[in-house]
Design a protein around this ligand. Sequence first.
Ligand code: SF4
Length: 122
Amino acid sequence: MASPLAGIARLAHAAPLLQQKRAAEYFQLPSYQLLNRCTSSRMPFEWTINPYRGCEFGCKYCYARYTHEFMELREPEEFERKIFAKQWNRANFGTQLRKIDPADRIAIGTATDPYQPAEPTR
Ligand code: SF4
């Protein structure tokens, strides 16, 4: 029987566990591109990178919480307990970077914090 989930929800439910730390689990989420175009003229940048979905910091006021619902994760605490790290591919990322205007600005972490506690501190 085919999975009833589609798109990002299907990918999220099939994601392998990367790390379990305290109450949070980190999963690897397939990602076809890390750079996303920002077309809003009100923003002072042209591109964004959001390496994670979810955030272990778990601020109660976080405006990004609803985005976990796109992955059919609807329990309130899942936002800070199930963190999805987008798959990194150096070659693909380099190709993407070479295609954009060198004068363009890239904002990192416009949706959730890009420096999660699981990041190495070497
Ligand atoms: S993304 Fe920012 S506001 Fe949201 S939980 Fe993380 S640190 Fe808090």
